[in-house]
Design a protein around this ligand. Sequence first.
Ligand code: SAM
Length: 211
Amino acid sequence: MINPDIESYAEEHSKPESVVLQKLYRETNLKLLHPRMLSGHLQGKLLQFISQMIQPKCILEIGTFTGYSAICLAEGLPEKGMIHTIEIDCELEEYSRKYFKEASIEGKVKLYIGDALHIIPTIDETFDLVFLDADKKNYTKYYDLVFNKVKKGGFIIADNVLWSGKVLEKPHPNDRDAIGIIEFNKVVQQDNRVDNLLLPLRDGLMVIRKK
Ligand SMILES: C[S@@+](CC[C@H](N)C(=O)[O-])C[C@H]1O[C@@H](n2cnc3c(N)ncnc32)[C@H](O)[C@@H]1O
């Protein structure tokens, strides 16, 4: 969504990614389909900073992929903090586990392999921060599922809420992802229990604070 020259300039004027994140980015791009799903340099840095500002004890991530955003979010965890992260694709586990180890956060990560819709209700925790980044068609379901597990004053951050600008158009009836994102944005905007900011970074981040 950002002019590529502006994005390059912003990257050149932001501290570089760690060596581990650079390796993870490279391997994801070399070996996997849809490597653009990974958060990347600028968004990863923002997630790192948000986590360091909030200092969460417990984080939930929905949609691990190869572990990039989980590693960024884990930067704000205290010694005994934990990030719970859920991924449906078991073939990605070898990548995320390898990089959690390389980033020395394997003791702070609980990785679940399976459908987040089934797994979230089984996690008996209260979260300070939730990062929502799985299948877009179910965003509102995830929001409803996690809401009571987020502490008062806690944050939910949802990725891709601009969906490459498709939120401005009437969605095709078969485009369940676009329909899901548009519905989610509307639900959050009308929800008096939260304060929210749609940040137009990359593909759009909805930053939600539970009142
Ligand atoms: C955009 S990627 C996540 C990127 C990652 N958060 C990052 O920034 O590096 C979305 C991931 O969600 C996973 N996913 C899709 N549907 C899911 C579901 N129902 N439960 C858990 N994970 C799911 C996909 O397999 C994919 O790896």
